[in-house]
Design a protein around this ligand. Structure first.
Ligand code: CUA
Length: 189
């Protein structure tokens, strides 16, 4: 129709209003669902906080306890798994090169001596923060020998871009041979 009548344009305005109302209702419903999710997860976590939060005094890391320098690196547990203890500080990780066996459950335990750092192991799903005062724990298994980079990916100061370490995954049997001679292992030369 080249020249719509007055009643025709009135009808199309009504259609437009109806469509607009539907979209508005959809948007309101979406917001309502999201708010409900926020309230639900908030209450859920308030009633069920994370089962274990481990704290540690960052100022005395080097003096006593799990993260003294002689206890850092990889340790074989009685069940055959390996625990790797790491300290992050401006602007390095200790040890700078973590040595782990392939095909073995690995538990990383990391903490920070100063500020918040990032803990990321390339080609794995390990991607977290390392916070002073807390112990961050991650578990993984490396399928095969490889070298992984471990950059700090949380801005921690002027030397941040130079803060990174390596994870060297070696053959399980070779690791076992080295572990027989040393209580704590790393690949720092
Ligand atoms: Cu440590 Cu960025």
């Amino acid at each position: 129709m080249s020249n719509p009548s007055a009643s025709g344009s009135h009808a199309s305005a009504e259609v437009a209003a109806r469509v607009e109302r539907r979209w508005a209702m959809l948007a309101v419903a979406l917001v309502a669902v999201l708010v409900a999710m926020v309230i639900y997860t908030g209450l859920h976590w308030a009633m069920m906080p994370p089962s274990r939060v481990e704290t540690i005094r960052p100022e005395s890391l080097h003096v006593a306890g799990e993260f003294v320098e002689s206890n850092l690196g990889s340790a074989v547990e009685s069940d055959g798994s390996v625990t790797v203890r790491v300290v992050a500080q401006q602007y390095s990780f200790t040890p700078q090169c973590l040595l782990v066996p392939a095909d073995t459950p690995i538990t990383f335990r990391a903490t920070s001596a100063d500020v918040v750092h990032g803990f990321l192991v390339t080609d794995t799903n390990i991607n977290s923060m390392v916070e002073p005062g807390y112990i961050s724990t991650f578990r993984t298994t490396f399928e095969r020998p490889a070298d992984h980079l471990m950059p700090c990916h949380e801005y921690c100061g002027t030397g941040h871009q130079g803060m990174w370490a390596h994870v060297k995954v070696i053959d399980k049997a070779a690791f076992a041979r080295m572990a027989a001679h040393s209580r704590r292992l790393s690949c720092v030369k």
